[in-house]
Design a protein around this ligand. Structure first.
Ligand SMILES: Nc1ncnc2c1ncn2[C@@H]1O[C@H](COP(=O)(O)OP(=O)(O)OP(=O)(O)O)[C@@H](O)[C@H]1O
Length: 379
């Protein structure tokens, strides 16, 4: 993220006191971070000052409808501004990075909406959540591939010269079987099949019944019909992981299949963009984000995905941004030190580490602003 010419740019002075909002909107939760617009040059590679971080519920329009999604987005942005002791008049730029925004018409509607929320000359950017997730792992540089596995899943890649490709991310009906929803739906299906005598017995039956506080698999039908929202189903993934960790074969097979699906999405994107070079051996960053990929010690889904991908592309350099949830601290710093060879992430123990898609979104807004101001100044 180096190269910020604080003081060189007339815009830097204009942004003094201004803030940037980065929003990561997901199906389970929505996170908004507030960063100072006139950021000083980082003291260490990849350090970013974060003024506040607010969390709200679902903002995926495909899950809760457009009005509810926009209400959540407004609420989380206003909360982040209040927590940073500022208000909407200080906003210089906003980047909304929201799952479920796929088509240019979705983007345009969001842009029209957000323009009315903030007075003055603030700049607005709307991206699919994969773009900011990639930026969060590469400190704002859009190059490489990102794999998101939360409620949904998507693999998205960008080349140095700006070509993009994606795989999956089309929703559970269209085959996102490596997603949280996909894993949980397979587990529920396995329980019903075992109950019917159409499939092998599995401890998932006992574990899911206990988790949902119902008394028999028959009640699953009513439970599923009562509210089939993707996030509610997807919330069962930890049950599947712990059944697999305890040696349940059915749960293990479900997770292995999901790993395969996720790895195949990445391989497809990397191949289409030749991110691994002509001989398939070049290094490329792969950012892994989302609840499903956040480390379980025994059954490490992201570790297994990386193993599968590295069999095809040995040059894959995995980046797993780490998130600290200490939201009560008003001003803290983020340190990410990427070593180019291993692209291993380290963080100082003295500091909170918080590198996540919402920060990626804010960094995108920040770098768009910087570019636009350079263009205006003819530099
Ligand atoms: N320890 C865990 N191991 C595996 N999966 C987990 C774990 N904890 C939570 N999950 C799963 O992570 C998913 C939620 O992740 P996340 O919050 O990243 O998604 P989201 O923002 O709702 O999704 P999307 O990005 O698709 O909108 C759920 O499916 C949840 O069950």
């Amino acid at each position: 993220m180096g190269g910020y010419e604080n003081g060189d740019s007339p815009a830097a002075a204009a942004w003094e006191g201004g803030v940037i909002l980065g929003v990561d909107g997901g199906t389970t939760s929505t996170v908004c971070v507030c960063l100072p617009a006139a950021m000083p040059p980082p003291e260490a590679p990849g350090s970013v000052a974060v003024l506040s971080r607010a969390i709200a519920g679902c903002s995926n329009r495909n899950s809760v409808g457009e009005n509810a999604a926009l209400e959540t987005l407004e609420q989380v942005m206003m909360q982040a501004l209040t927590m940073a002791n500022t208000d909407r008049s200080a906003v210089v730029a906003v980047c909304l990075s929201v799952s479920g925004v796929n088509h240019p018409s979705d983007q345009q509607r969001m842009l029209d909406w957000i323009c009315n929320l903030f007075p003055g000359n603030a700049k607005f950017y709307v991206e699919n959540d994969a773009v900011a997730a990639l930026a969060s792992g590469t400190m704002g540089k859009l190059h490489g591939c990102v794999l998101i596995a939360g409620t949904g899943s998507i693999a998205y890649g960008v080349t140095e010269d700006g070509k993009v490709a994606r795989a999956a991310g089309a929703g559970p009906v269209l085959g996102d079987w490596g997603s949280g929803y996909g894993i949980a739906a397979q587990a529920l299906t396995a329980v019903i099949k075992a109950h019917d005598g159409r499939g092998p017995q599995t401890n998932l039956t006992r574990d899911i019944i206990r988790k949902l506080e119902i008394s028999s698999p028959d009640e699953l039908i009513g439970w599923a019909y009562a509210d089939p929202s993707w996030a509610r189903i997807a919330a069962l993934v930890p049950v599947v992981v712990s059944a697999a960790e305890d040696g349940d074969k059915v749960a293990n097979t479900i997770l292995h299949d999901a790993v395969q699906e996720l790895a195949e999405s990445v391989v497809a994107v990397v191949r289409r963009l030749t991110l691994c070079g002509e001989d398939g051996k070049d290094q490329f960053p792969l950012v892994l984000v989302g609840g499903v990929l956040e480390g379980n010690k025994k059954w490490d889904i992201s570790g297994e995905v990386i193993k599968c991908i590295s069999k095809v592309f040995p040059g894959v350099c995995p980046i797993r941004p780490e998130v600290s949830m200490r939201t009560n601290i008003r001003c803290y710093e983020v340190y990410l030190i990427s070593h180019c060879n291993s692209l291993e992430i380290e963080h100082s123990e003295a500091l909170d580490s918080l590198v996540e898609p919402a920060i990626g979104a804010a960094l995108l807004a920040w770098s768009h602003l910087r570019k636009e101001s350079k263009l205006q100044n003819g530099s």
